[in-house]
Design a protein around this ligand. Sequence first.
Ligand code: ADP
Ligand code: ZN
Length: 283
Amino acid sequence: MSEAMFGAIEAGGTKFVLAVGRSPEELEDIRRVSTSHNPLETVAEVVAYFERHPEVAALGVASFGPVDHRTGSIANTPKAGWKDFPLRDALRRALHVPIGFETDVAAAALAEARLGAARGLKDSVYMTIGTGIGGGVIVNGWPVQGLVHPEIGHLLVRRAPEELEGYAGNCPYHGGCLEGMAAGPAIQARWGRPAHELPEEHAAWRIEADYLAQMCVNLAFTVSPEMIVLGGGVMAQHHLYAMVRARAGELMNGYVALPRIEAPVLQYPGLAGALMLAQEAGR
Ligand code: ADP
Ligand code: ZN
């Protein structure tokens, strides 16, 4: 039974969400700070919040990315001012506590693996299908880092059968990568309407399910997780789960077992994961 208090930061491109807690299941004093174009302004607000919680023994940061684990910075972002900003060091200098630092999706993956849909499993993947597509990979109970970290959102996918001549994709780096074809803005750009306005029987969802199924099968072939958790705004289309499972089964074609494909269960997986990072950093 741990009595120490920890701090959690979910650092996003539009807002930072802050919390403290003795366990990831009991987040307290949840506050939002808007992400300024000047990182020093945002850091000053974050520091002021944690100065009101001097009992915090360690911090966990779940950051938008891609991140650089070695320098604790956000390595690449179109958000002016934030590219290469050393967020971890800026916080450590002001608050003098150990800091765990991961991508937002790695933290969310950790939380879903320890407390959520993939509870009790050793190897799982958490994906968010929203404004972008991102994922965290848990192997042996901890997020995979590697040379950079997994960037599953940018998997190179083949075109869905229905759109061989169609939409080119909107990823600024790769055009028709997974994110360029299947994130919320790609659905909107392809059909001229926001994804949430497309009815369940619309052809958009068969195409979407095909891309997400390719992702799941490629994850099965590379990481072989026991479960793939699919979250994010686009997955509010609950009918997609059955469609993705069915299409993934077709693509797998009986070769090896398909991981379970499930919805997340936690309300704040990124924030809960950040608190877990803090607990580990404080050990
Ligand atoms: P973010 O990725 O910015 O953290 P979300 O995970 O909420 O935020 O994703 C937002 C995206 O999800 C938007 O691009 C939007 O098109 C899509 N989205 C939100 N609600 C729905 C819905 N009910 N059905 C389909 N897509 C949705
Ligand atoms: Zn891409």
